[in-house]
Design a protein around this ligand. Structure first.
Ligand SMILES: [Zn+2]
Length: 484
């Protein structure tokens, strides 16, 4: 009986193990110097270590950004990252977790190498509460804290194949690859003890449930949310078999698993409930606006939420204009609600409102930036407003000031690069694009862009580049020797 109900596919299926086997069986022969036949099982395999895990994490992150539809909506990613990082800190985990959102309607989530966690937009849309969404995030965090993925690849990864391996891993985790047709045939030809591997992955899933529910409770969420969510998904898929969620298709929810999750939840202490907010509803409205085919739309909306939904519309010339008055009142009455303010900032850029409203939006953005200097969504939308008003200098100042020491700098550095490109300051544009690429682990691209920047950089920028190269010399140098 298959007891999985939430999966990271790589762990639950033979595909991951197939990949590992594929890499050690085929790739060395094709990618490496043919004069050096691979010697599986001895010195040719380097041992798993933290550096290898980090390198795999970087290659995986690069693959996500370069080959898949990531969702870059600053508010959507900020929302998921807030849940993920708050949970990680509440459970006392200080690993370098990174949360990304995949634009994919399937109900799925995964944990990749080195703490990279992916959440599909389909999953965000299907959750009925933040607790349910947090339950999936907790399960994925548990896969990371229990080192499930690295336990699997510790003997099978070869440094020289990191990029290929990470790319294939991403393909399988995201599930866009039509794996079903090709892989089983190949697996069948190999003497791999799949049964044993699957047994391990079942243990991993069970452990991720068990530990994940504890995390959920520790972070102040309802520990019953995990069984609730999957129970509901399983029931919904029973009535419509053509729409079985991705995470249930290969790993059906069993009553036993739900009961186990419920039992565990029963025994966990009740923490003070999280402060109720409507962020999930608003985020779902945003996702639905962009991708109408996404399944679950939020339950009946309050007047405030209807006003927000109206403001999401793009207002083509002939349709009813967006009600900016309503949005302004919404922000006035809820000055600390970040999503209301970021929507106002976007509306001001799109709809050319009165000078009064523009002034109001600027004041409100200044006020919230002071309160939440680390909120990237606020930073990006405020910068856009400033650029819209031709106040490039302040936008640059804010972006530079608030991007330092942040975990996610890809979007803000890219924005800086775009601003400099428009101003024809090519060296700066290359420099900030290099920093953006560095943040997503794309070291080769980083090196190339730094080289480009150096050709026309001012003395000041040359110094900055040297400093950056000096600080990250080991990473950038290592990169040059890894591709066969
Ligand atoms: Zn799992």
């Amino acid at each position: 009986m298959n007891t999985h109900f939430l999966s990271i596919k790589a762990l639950d299926t033979p595909f991951y193990h197939f990949l590992a086997v594929l890499l050690i069986s085929f790739l060395p022969a094709t990618l490496l110097n043919a004069a050096t036949p691979p010697d599986l099982g001895s010195s040719d395999l380097i041992e798993y270590n933290i550096e290898l895990e980090q390198e795999l994490g970087r290659a995986f992150t690069t693959a996500l950004h370069t080959q898949y539809n990531l969702n870059y909506d600053p508010e959507v990613v900020a929302y998921i990252r807030k849940i993920g990082h708050e949970m990680a800190s509440q459970i006392g985990e200080f690993r370098p977790f990174r949360f990304y959102v995949i634009d994919n309607p399937s109900i799925n989530a995964f944990a990749g190498p080195n703490g990279v966690i992916g959440i599909h937009t389909g999953l965000i849309s299907a959750a009925k509460s933040e607790d349910e969404l947090a339950a999936v995030i907790a399960h994925e965090i548990a896969h990371v804290t229990q080192n499930h993925l690295s336990r699997g690849h510790e003997t099978n990864s070869k440094r020289s194949n990191i990029n290929t391996f990470a790319t294939l891993l991403a393909a399988i985790l995201i599930g866009m690859h039509d794996s079903s047709a090709v892989y089983p045939t190949l697996i069948a030809g190999m003497s791999l003890d799949i049964e044993q591997q699957l047994k391990n992955s079942r243990l991993h899933e069970s452990e991720a449930d068990h530990i994940g529910i504890q995390f959920l409770s520790q972070a102040g969420y309802n520990p019953h949310a995990m069984s609730q969510f999957f129970n509901r998904l399983a029931k919904a898929s029973q009535s419509n078999t053509s729409q079985i969620p991705e995470i249930l298709r290969s790993h059906p929810v069993t009553e036993r698993r739900i009961a186990e999750a419920d039992n565990r939840a029963q025994n966990l202490p009740t923490h003070a409930p999280k402060k109720i907010n409507n962020d999930l509803t608003l985020i779902q409205l945003k996702l639905k606006q962009k991708t109408p085919s996404l399944t679950n739309s939020p339950s009946p909306l309050t007047a405030n939420e209807q006003c927000y939904q109206n403001a999401l519309k793009k207002s083509p010339p002939l349709s009813k204009p967006v009600n900016l008055q309503c949005l302004q009142t919404l922000v006035k009455n809820n000055p600390n609600h970040i999503l209301y303010t970021t929507q106002l900032l976007q509306a001001v850029v799109q709809h050319h409102p009165s000078p009064n409203l523009i002034r109001f939006a600027n004041r409100q953005a200044d006020y919230l930036m002071a309160l939440y200097p680390k909120n990237t969504a606020l930073l990006i939308h405020y910068s856009n407003l400033l650029l819209h008003q031709n106040n490039d200098e302040k936008a640059i100042y804010l972006l530079k000031t608030h991007t330092q020491n942040q975990r996610y700098t890809y979007q803000t550095y890219k924005k800086l690069s775009e601003i400099y490109a428009k101003k024809d300051q090519t060296a700066e544009a290359y420099y900030f694009l290099a920093l953006a690429q560095f943040n997503i682990g794309n070291l080769k691209r980083t090196q190339y862009l730094l080289k480009q920047a150096k050709t026309s950089a001012s003395t000041n920028l040359q110094q900055k580049i040297s400093l950056f190269e000096h600080k990250n010399g080991k990473l950038l140098k290592d990169k040059q020797i890894t591709i066969p």
